[in-house]
Design a protein around this ligand. Structure first.
Ligand SMILES: Cc1cc2nc3c(=O)[nH]c(=O)nc-3n(C[C@H](O)[C@H](O)[C@H](O)COP(=O)(O)OP(=O)(O)OC[C@H]3O[C@@H](n4cnc5c(N)ncnc54)[C@H](O)[C@@H]3O)c2cc1C
Length: 501
C-alpha cells in the first residue's frame, strides 16, 4: 500500500468533467502537492431496491461514461460500494487523504452523509472545498438577498437574480502528470458495476431511449442549440404532452444527474438568443431553466420541503389513503386511457412531458383520487430518470395546489386535455395497446363505445381493459368543495397564529 497521500473528489450529482470546478480544484491540489487524485462515487449495495430500473441503468451508463472520460486524463473513477458516511471515513484513513472536494447539494439525504464527513474531516484536519455547480445561481445567496425568506413566486425569484452575473464555465482536458495520476488504474475492485453485478435483470427493461452520460448530454445539448429558430420560438405551453417523440429537450435527466452543467445550458441559450427576437420567461427555454432555479431556491430554504406536515409553504389538506386507487394510478390501470398511457410511458421509458405530469398529478390529488401528493412524488421518484428532490416536491405541491399555485378550481379533464394535441389518440394507442383497434371517436372514453364496437376492437371494457375507477365528472366537483374547505381552514389557522395588534 502506497504511503503517498491522496486528494479526493467526491462525485455526487456532478457526473461530468466539463464545468466541474470542485474537480478542477482537486486536480490542481493533487498537482501542487504531488498527491494521487482519487475521484470517488458511492453506490449503496441495495440500490436496486431504492430506484427504478430505468434510472439505475441511466446512472450506471453515466458512471461508465465518467470513468471513460476520466481515463482520458490519466485518472479513473473509484466506485465504492456502501454508504458514504460509513465508508468514506475508512478511506480517508487508508489513503492518507489531505484534501477533499465536493459539489454543494441540498437534498437532505445527501446532506445527512455530508454532516458526518464534515465532522470527520475537521477532526483529521482534512481541507474540504465545496463548490456551487449544480445550479446557475448560488441559491443560498438568493435566499440571503431575500432576507432568508423563500421567494414564493417565479417573478419574485427572477427579480432577485436579475443582476446576478453567471460565471463562465470551465473545461478539464489536460492530462494529469505522472506524479499524481490515479493509482490502481486496473484494479477491478473499483470498476463501475454492471446492472447484473447489482442484482438487476436488464432484460426486464425496454430499449434505452435516453442513454446516460456526459458525452450523450453534450450531444443532445448541441443538437438542440443548433436549432436556433426552434429555441427562439420555444413556448412551453404550446409543446405537446402526447407527441410520440418528445416536444421538449429531454435534457432533464442529464441536468439532474449533473451530466450536463446548468451553467453551460444557460450560456448556450444566451448565445442563441443574442441579438435575435426570442420568447421570454416563463415560457421560453431559458424560462424553463429558471423554473429549476426557482424550485431549488424554495427547496433550499424550506424545512421538510418534500412533506406536507412541518412544511411552512404547504397547505395542509386532509388527503385520504386508498391503496387500490394508488396502485391503479401507478400501474396505468385507472380506466382513463390518457392517464394510463402517461403512467405506462413513465414506467417504460422513465420520462414524460411536463404537461403529461400535470395531467396525472392533478388526477391523483385534487382532481380525482384525493390521494396525497407525497404518494405521487414517491412513484415519480422511483420511475423518473430526471428525479430531482426539489423539482419533484415543488412541482407536486404546485399541481396539487398545495403551494405556489392556488387555482384549485382549474382541473385537468382526462378526456378533453389530451384531445387538444392528439385527437386521434395515437399516443394512447401506442402505450395502451389493448385499445389500439378502438375507433378514435371512443379512444379517450372507451366505456362509451357500444358493445359491438368493443367486441370488434378486441377489447371489452371491464375485461381486457379496466372500468373507470372514479367518475371524473362527478368526483372532481366534490373534490373542489373539499379543496375550498381545506383552504378555509388553513386561512383561519393562519389568522389565529398572527399576533393581534
Ligand atoms: C408533478 C411533477 C413532478 C416533476 N418532477 C421533476 C423531477 O423530479 N425532476 C425534474 O427535472 N423535473 C421535474 N418536473 C418538471 C418538468 O416536468 C421537467 O423538468 C421537464 O418535463 C423535463 O423535460 P425537458 O428536459 O424536456 O424540459 P424542457 O422544457 O426542455 O426544459 C429544460 C429544462 O428546464 C427545467 N425545467 C423545465 N420545466 C421545469 C419545471 N416545471 N420545474 C423545474 N424545472 C423545469 C428542466 O431542468 C428541464 O430539463 C416535474 C413536473 C411535475 C408537474
Amino acid at each position: 500500500m502506497s504511503k503517498i497521500p491522496s486528494v479526493i473528489h467526491w462525485f455526487r450529482l456532478d457526473l461530468r468533467l466539463h464545468d466541474n470546478l470542485a474537480l478542477r480544484n482537486a486536480i490542481n491540489e493533487a498537482e501542487n502537492r504531488q498527491h494521487f487524485l482519487r475521484p470517488l462515487y458511492f453506490i449503496e449495495e441495495d440500490i436496486k431496491n431504492k430506484i427504478g430500473g430505468n434510472r439505475l441503468r441511466f446512472l450506471i451508463q453515466s458512471l461508465q461514461d465518467l470513468d471513460s472520460n476520466l481515463r482520458k486524463i490519466n485518472s479513473r473513477l473509484f466506485i465504492i460500494k456502501g454508504n458514504a458516511s460509513k465508508k468514506l471515513p475508512e478511506l480517508l484513513e487508508k489513503w492518507h487523504v489531505k484534501y477533499l472536494s465536493v459539489q454543494v447539494d441540498i437534498d437532505p439525504e445527501v446532506l445527512q452523509h455530508e454532516e458526518v464527513i464534515d465532522k470527520v474531516c475537521e477532526e483529521k484536519d482534512i481541507f474540504v472545498v465545496k463548490r456551487v455547480q449544480h445550479t446557475v445561481y448560488d441559491v443560498h445567496n438568493v435566499l440571503k438577498k431575500n432576507n432568508g425568506a423563500i421567494p414564493l413566486t417565479y417573478q419574485k425569484f427572477l427579480s432577485l437574480v436579475k443582476d446576478n452575473p453567471v460565471r463562465d464555465t470551465i473545461e478539464i482536458t489536460k492530462k494529469l502528470s505522472d506524479c499524481c495520476k490515479s493509482p490502481d488504474f486496473d484494479l477491478k475492485e473499483y470498476d463501475v458495476p454492471t446492472l447484473a453485478d447489482l442484482g438487476f435483470d436488464e432484460s426486464t427493461l425496454g430499449e434505452t431511449k435516453y442513454p446516460g452520460g456526459e458525452t450523450e448530454a453534450i450531444k443532445r445539448l448541441n443538437f438542440y442549440m443548433a436549432k436556433k429558430q426552434w429555441v427562439c420560438k420555444f413556448e412551453k405551453p404550446n409543446s405537446s404532452p402526447n407527441s410520440i417523440e418528445p416536444s421538449t429537450t429531454v435534457l432533464s435527466p442529464y441536468l439532474s444527474h449533473g451530466c450536463l452543467s446548468s451553467k453551460l445550458f444557460y450560456h448556450k441559450l444566451k448565445e442563441v438568443e443574442n441579438g435575435v427576437p426570442h420568447t421570454d420567461p416563463p415560457v421560453s427555454l431559458l424560462g424553463q431553466l429558471m423554473w429549476r432555479e426557482f424550485y431549488y431556491t424554495a427547496g433550499a430554504g424550506t424545512e421538510n420541503f418534500d412533506k406536507m406536515v412541518g412544511n411552512k409553504v404547504c397547505t395542509q389538506i386532509p388527503w385520504e389513503k386508498n391503496d387500490i386507487h394508488l396502485k391503479a394510478w401507478a400501474e396505468g390501470m385507472t380506466g382513463y386511457p390518457f392517464v394510463d398511457a402517461i403512467m405506462r410511458q413513465l414506467k417504460q421509458e422513465g420520462w414524460i412531458h411536463h404537461l403529461a405530469r400535470h395531467m396525472v398529478a392533478c388526477f391523483l390529488t385534487r382532481g380525482d383520487l384525493w390521494i396525497s401528493w407525497e404518494e405521487g412524488a414517491k412513484v415519480f421518484e422511483s420511475y423518473l430518470l430526471d428525479y430531482d428532490w426539489s423539482l419533484n416536491a415543488g412541482n407536486w405541491m404546485w399541481l396539487s395546489a398545495s403551494a405556489f399555485f392556488y387555482k384549485y378550481f382549474r382541473v385537468y379533464s382526462p378526456i378533453a386535455f389530451g384531445k387538444k394535441t392528439d385527437k386521434e389518440g395515437l399516443y394512447i394507442k401506442k402505450y395502451v395497446p389493448e385499445l389500439a383497434k378502438y375507433p378514435s371517436e371512443y379512444i379517450y372514453e372507451p366505456w362509451k363505445a357500444p358493445q359491438s364496437v368493443q367486441r370488434a376492437a378486441g377489447c371489452i371494457v371491464g375485461e381486457g381493459y379496466p372500468k373507470r375507477i372514479v367518475e371524473h365528472d362527478k368526483i372532481h366537483k366534490e373534490n373542489m368543495q373539499k379543496m375550498s374547505q381545506a383552504y378555509k381552514v388553513n386561512k383561519e389557522k393562519k389568522s389565529l397564529k398572527r399576533p393581534r395588534s
